[in-house]
Design a protein around this ligand. Structure first.
Ligand SMILES: *[C@@H]1O[C@H](CO)[C@@H](O)[C@H](O)[C@H]1NC(C)=O
Ligand SMILES: *[C@@H]1O[C@H](CO)[C@@H](O)[C@H](O)[C@H]1NC(C)=O
Ligand SMILES: *[C@@H]1O[C@H](CO)[C@@H](O)[C@H](O)[C@H]1NC(C)=O
Ligand SMILES: *[C@@H]1O[C@H](CO)[C@@H](O)[C@H](O)[C@H]1NC(C)=O
Ligand SMILES: *[C@@H]1O[C@H](CO)[C@@H](O)[C@H](O)[C@H]1NC(C)=O
Ligand SMILES: *[C@@H]1O[C@H](CO)[C@@H](O)[C@H](O)[C@H]1NC(C)=O
Ligand SMILES: *[C@@H]1O[C@H](CO)[C@@H](O)[C@H](O)[C@H]1NC(C)=O
Ligand SMILES: *[C@@H]1O[C@H](CO)[C@@H](O)[C@H](O)[C@H]1NC(C)=O
Ligand SMILES: *[C@@H]1O[C@H](CO)[C@@H](O)[C@H](O)[C@H]1NC(C)=O
Length: 782
């Protein structure tokens, strides 16, 4: 029992020890991801060459001098969201390569310059959200000669003192979070000559003092998380009349009517700031309390408002009192904001406006008409070149076109992501200089001549188009991605086209004839279609990749199944599929050759003859065997060739049949049953005769013997041992001249004595006697 407990404790200890190595995954870039793992100290046992270490969201409280000693390659050390309250003086000493250090949101009460002594490569330092209330009374950052971004401060941060910024000359980014700041030693931030981007969240009472020090060093000034509830709260920004600031940003701020108007008044004094930006701000009030605006021209020409919250927008005033300031604006963006109408008087005051973006608003057809003073006779935004009404509530393309037709300078129009579903079939009235039209992300299912033919760039992607066929001779870029097209549009309609984007459609493929009509400058983005990878298509597309955008990624086969989802570049079809014609031709040729060969072989080997014989044999086999009760009617069956018929019929037959002991011969001419197949007749005749007389002559061997050879070998009607065969040699035959395939005949001629027909008349008598004797049936002799 005791031993078991020890074992378990031991195992637990092992598990605990090895945790560091197994739970902290390190990637190929030597970055170890150890965040959110309940570490209570910096883990030991990490790879020594670790470059990055994310230890955020753990429970580390103390960083000791030995913790980081092994990791001198470390470039990034992230310790945010821990509970660090103590950092021993030399803890970061070994980290001479450190470039990023994040200590934000810990419990540090005091900051010490000793920590940073050796960090002369450090670029990014984040100290936000701890419990320190000052930066200490020595030069905290003096040794950080490479520092480019610095973030410090927290809810309780109290004092900014001059000595803290000693040694910091240039920063790219400075963020100060000090809403409760009570002490700002003047000139503290003035030490810095250049800060590109400054983000401030500070006590408004002290803001003027800070801004005074920053007014000549900052390019982007950002004020965040601040509420401006009185005109006095805006007072600080008066100092920015002459400044290095170009862009002035409010982020997550709350502005009430009166402070807003105060700010507008202040804007009027600006001589250097060009852009005023508001992001995620709230506008309280109803837009009343008109400011006292004089018609002076400030440097502000660009207003960018994004995601403004107007809680009372339905009773918000028409802002007409602002029309004094707006003629100076050339670039206005009010996106993701509740804009549903721009009052006509307002629009008419935008005399310099070139760019207007009200995307993500609430404009519908009617309000768009009013906003451009269509019914008031026009005159709205006379210099407007670009109008973005993307993501609004527009429904009718012809109406939009008509309302905007008075904007003579309008060249770019973005009406994407609205609610258009149909175009009119007749021509629409458009601004006469329109070059760019973006009508993507609507529900248009058919394209008509309502689209102005003068366009250079047209985007109708993400609609429901199935064909695209209108003539647009000046079009250089056409975007029809994400529709339902199954064919490329006709190239001859677009003689100037440079780019055709037709990705994510239903294209099965295309070929030379489809591309031919496009100009040779046209490139094609045809990714993510349902390509039917035929051999022809594969060949074609692979030899035309120069015109394809994004090749080879996302050019994949949808069919056939064997190459589904395979990149076209790597797709290989079986050769059988690709060379069908060749293969069919080849196999035909092969087949013909084979048939020819077989025919030749048959001819050569007399296969036809063998086949005939086999047929006869099969027939014979089916015939009931008559062997036992065979009825003998002839003494001999005479087989002879037609050439020898004279001898047989005129000499042999009379000699034998008219003799004293008359014999009965079977001759095919006389005794065969007409109509019966010759072979059957022969077999019958042989069966009905005691003997078979072969009248051999050269002609017989050549033309008649073949009928018997098979019978000898297969039918075994008679074998060599019985005497039923009688050979008469009419002419002398050289045995060698007998064809080899007649092996039976050769054998017979070897084993049997044959009767030779003599020329001498005396000998002929002997011949006849011999023949008669040979024809006597065996039993008869006995
Ligand atoms: C570090 O971890 C935190 C928490 O998991 C994560 O939000 C952050 O993006 C990580 N930082 C890096 C650079 O990986
Ligand atoms: C620095 O500040 C500490 C307390 O934060 C104080 O005791 C000390 O006197 C100060 N030193 C100087 C030189 O101001
Ligand atoms: C802002 O600073 C002033 C002057 O130092 C101070 O009286 C006031 O309490 C501070 N406001 C806040 C919210 O800390
Ligand atoms: C916006 O500012 C308020 C304080 O004015 C703050 O409480 C809130 O967290 C901020 N929101 C964001 C997203 O920063
Ligand atoms: C501000 O603009 C004026 C002219 O309006 C110019 O003379 C001055 O140099 C600019 N100031 C800065 C800091 O850029
Ligand atoms: C219009 O605004 C949308 C965002 O709402 C943007 O994606 C698009 O590029 C803008 N169009 C133009 C022409 O600037
Ligand atoms: C058209 O507008 C969409 C946003 O709605 C945008 O993503 C796209 O890039 C625009 N097309 C062109 C050609 O600018
Ligand atoms: C195409 O452009 C040319 C020259 O810019 C112009 O003359 C012609 O009218 C345009 N064609 C169409 C159909 O807009
Ligand atoms: C395109 O065709 C023109 C003639 O029609 C020829 O001069 C030019 O060189 C071709 N360009 C390319 C890239 O083939």
């Amino acid at each position: 029992m005791y031993i078991y407990s020890i074992c378990i404790i031991y195992l637990l200890a092992i598990a605990e020890l090895s945790k560091g190595n197994t739970d902290c995954p390190c990637d190929a870039a030597h970055f170890c991801h150890c965040s959110s793992m309940h570490w209570e100290a910096i883990p030991s046992g990490l790879p020594r060459d670790v470059r990055g270490l994310n230890l955020s969201s753990n429970a580390i409280q103390i960083v000791t001098e030995t913790d980081l000693k092994p990791y001198d390659q470390l470039q990034t050390l992230l310790l945010q969201y821990n509970a660090i309250h103590t950092i021993n003086d030399g803890s970061f000493q070994p980290l001479g390569n450190l470039e990023e250090l994040d200590l934000s949101y810990n419990n540090l009460v005091l900051l010490s310059s000793v920590w940073f002594r050796n960090l002369n490569k450090l670029k990014h330092l984040n100290l936000l959200g701890n419990q320190y209330i000052t930066l200490g009374n020595d030069s905290l950052f003096a040794s950080l000669s490479s520092l480019s971004s610095l973030q410090f401060g927290n809810q309780n941060f109290d004092a900014i003192q001059k000595q803290s910024f000693e040694g910091l000359e240039r920063l790219n980014t400075l963020e100060i979070n000090a809403a409760q700041l009570t002490l700002y030693e003047e000139g503290s931030l003035g030490r810095m000559k250049q800060i590109y981007h400054t983000i401030l969240r500070v006590n408004l009472t002290l803001l003027p003092a800070l801004l005074k020090d920053l007014v000549h060093s900052v390019t982007l000034l950002e004020i965040t998380d601040t509420e401006f509830s009185t005109p006095a709260d805006m007072q600080a920004f008066e100092v920015l009349a002459y400044t290095s600031v170009k862009q002035f940003i409010f982020r997550n701020c709350t502005i009430v009517d009166v402070s807003g108007y105060r700010f507008v008044e202040i804007i009027q004094t600006y001589r250097n700031i060009t852009d005023v930006v508001m992001k995620n701000c709230r506008l309280l009030g109803r837009g009343l309390d008109c400011p006292n605006l004089k018609r002076t021209t400030s440097s502000v020409t660009t207003i960018i408002i994004n995601n403004i919250e107007v809680s009372l927008y339905y009773i918000f005033s028409d802002l007409s009192s602002l029309h004094q300031i707006i003629p100076q604006f050339t670039y206005v963006t009010v996106t993701d904001s509740p804009v549903y109408l721009i009052p006509c008087q307002f629009s008419q005051s935008f005399t310099s406006l070139q760019y207007l973006d009200v995307s993500g608003g609430k404009l519908d057809n009617t309000y768009l008409g009013s906003s451009v003073c269509y019914h008031e006779g026009g005159g709205a935004c006379p210099k407007l070149q670009t109008l973005n009404v993307s993501r609004n509530l527009l429904t009718s393309v012809p109406k939009v076109a008509q309302f905007l037709s008075g904007l003579n300078y309008l060249t770019n129009l973005d009406i994407s992501q609205n609610k258009f579903s149909e175009l009119s079939t007749s021509k629409c009235q458009w601004p006469k200089n329109l070059k760019y039209l973006n009508i993507s992300n609507n529900q248009i299912n058919i394209i008509t001549t309502c689209i102005p033919p003068t366009l250079q760039i047209l985007d109708v992607s993400s609609n429901y188009l199935t064909v695209f066929a209108i003539e647009m001779p000046n079009l250089t870029e056409l975007y029809i991605s994400n529709n339902r097209l199954s064919k490329l549009p006709e190239g001859m309609y677009f003689t100037s086209l440079v780019l055709l984007s037709i990705s994510r459609n239903d294209l099965n493929g295309f070929g030379q004839s489809d591309l031919e009509l496009f100009s040779n400058r046209t490139i094609l983005d045809a990714r993510a279609n349902n390509y039917k990878c035929s051999c022809q298509f594969l060949d074609f597309i692979r030899s035309n990749t120069a015109v394809l955008v994004g090749w080879p990624d996302n050019y994949k086969c949808a069919s056939p199944a064997s190459v589904k989802d395979v990149q076209i570049q790597d797709a290989n079809l079986p050769p059988l599929v690709c060379h069908k014609t060749l293969i069919v031709t080849l196999s035909c040729i092969l087949l013909i050759a084979l048939v020819a060969a077989i025919v030749a072989l048959c001819h050569f080997l007399h296969v036809v003859w063998y086949a005939k014989m086999t047929w006869a044999w099969l027939k014979a086999k089916r015939k009931p065997l008559k062997n036992c009760d065979r009825e003998i009617c002839f003494d001999g069956f005479v087989s002879y060739s037609e050439r020898d018929s004279e001898w047989v019929e005129n000499m042999m037959v009379p000699k034998l049949e008219n003799a004293t002991l008359a014999m009965k011969l079977c001759l095919h001419k006389r005794d065969f049953v007409p109509g019966k197949w010759i072979i059957d007749n022969i077999i019958d005749a042989m069966e009905k005769s005691y003997k078979t007389v072969f009248v051999l002559s050269e002609h017989f061997v050549r033309s008649e013997w073949c009928k018997y050879e098979l019978e000898f070998s297969h039918f075994r009607l008679f074998d060599e041992n019985n005497d039923s065969a009688i050979l008469i040699l009419l002419d002398p035959i050289e045995k060698e001249t007998v064809p080899k395939r007649f092996c039976k005949l050769r054998k017979l001629m070897n084993t049997k004595t044959y009767l030779e027909w003599p020329t001498d008349e005396e000998q002929q008598e002997v011949f006849w006697d011999n023949l008669k004797t040979a024809l006597q049936p065996a039993d008869y002799i006995n």
